[in-house]
Design a protein around this ligand. Structure first.
Ligand code: ASP
Length: 308
């Protein structure tokens, strides 16, 4: 008789985020697990966990997302992926409370990735009200970065000046000491199906229209029959490594989950913030080159507990 997989949810609150935010990650993992215990799918669980984190304004996703360089605009990216090959994502979506729920709707649509005004229009059409995710903390964070830029002689309010970030200024400011605070969740449901969800307000210094790794299949997230993976960190670097897909391939090839995550992190120089969470049949794992708050919740399936 085969032993049923335990139900498992892992969440993260961003590479470089404060360890003091771990309670939010744990709360999200517990909500994801309770979804599984009510017979929700891995996708239901990862999505439910991501909603909790989007609604927690300490994280850079949904409410609390970073502002763009213009000091006014918030554009968010979100995606979900399942071990059955489902994938749906939104990029640069504006003025919605829960981008992850819009990404989930895209998964059920003929499309895979919808961006910009089209994504916002879709959100309205399916009932997401106009919502301003700006928080005083996000504004203060951008103001601090802009003042450092000005001291460095860069005029950040002129977008063409962005080219001048290349060099020391960019390295000093890219997410500086505030970390990434972006969010992600991976889940394993009864029967060994998997899902990943990630959502972000992006990095700190961003032009309008910039899209990071989070909604890119194989970069910010990936799921397949062997497990689910979710990345956080500097999107431009993560995309180049197709990071989540690479880690998934190692897991599928037999590398233990935690070791595969560590190997993924080790692809990057120490100057690049990066973190990973993953679940597989053998368990869950996480690794990061910065402090990264993580939540984890696990239980036997109701049938194994005699609750079915
Ligand atoms: N990966 C996200 C991005 O580049 C940011 C993050 O993980 O904090 O948009």
């Amino acid at each position: 008789m085969s032993v049923p997989s335990t139900l498992l949810v892992l969440t993260h609150g961003g590479a470089g985020a404060s360890a003091a935010h771990a309670d939010g990650c744990q709360r999200a993992a517990v909500v994801g697990l309770s979804t599984l215990l009510r017979k929700g799918s891995a996708l239901d669980a990862a999505t439910a966990a991501a909603v909790v984190l989007e609604d927690d304004d300490r994280f850079n996703a949904g409410t609390g997302s970073n502002l763009r360089l213009d000091g006014r605009t918030i554009q968010m990216d979100a995606a979900v992926a399942t071990s059955e090959g489902g994938y749906g994502a939104v990029g640069a979506i504006e003025r919605v409370k829960n981008p992850i729920l819009v990404a989930r709707t895209v998964l059920g649509s003929p499309h895979a990735l919808i961006v910009g005004q089209g994504a916002t229009a879709l959100a309205r059409r399916i009932g997401h009200a106009d919502y301003d995710p700006t928080t005083p903390r996000a504004r203060a964070k951008l103001d601090r970065a802009l003042s450092i830029l000005r001291q460095a002689g860069v005029a950040p309010d002129q977008e063409p000046a962005a080219a001048r970030w290349q060099g020391g200024v960019r390295e000093r400011l890219w997410n500086f000491d505030d970390g990434c605070d972006t969010i992600g969740a991976v889940a394993r449901a009864q029967g060994g199906t998997f899902a990943a969800a990630c959502s972000t307000g992006g990095t700190l210094l961003m032009l309008r229209g910039r899209v990071g790794d989070s909604p890119i299949y194989g970069a910010g997230l990936y799921a397949g029959p062997a497990g689910a993976v979710c990345a956080t960190g500097i999107g431009e670097e993560i995309i180049r490594h197709l990071l989540s897909r690479s880690v998934y391939e190692w897991i599928a090839g037999g590398t233990p989950v935690g070791e595969a995550c560590r190997r993924g992190v080790d692809l990057f120089p120490g100057t690049v913030d990066v973190g990973l969470i993953a679940v597989a049949e053998s368990g869950g794992g996480a690794a990061a080159n910065r402090p990264m708050p993580v939540g984890r919740a696990e239980a036997s399936p109701p049938a194994a507990q005699g609750l079915d």
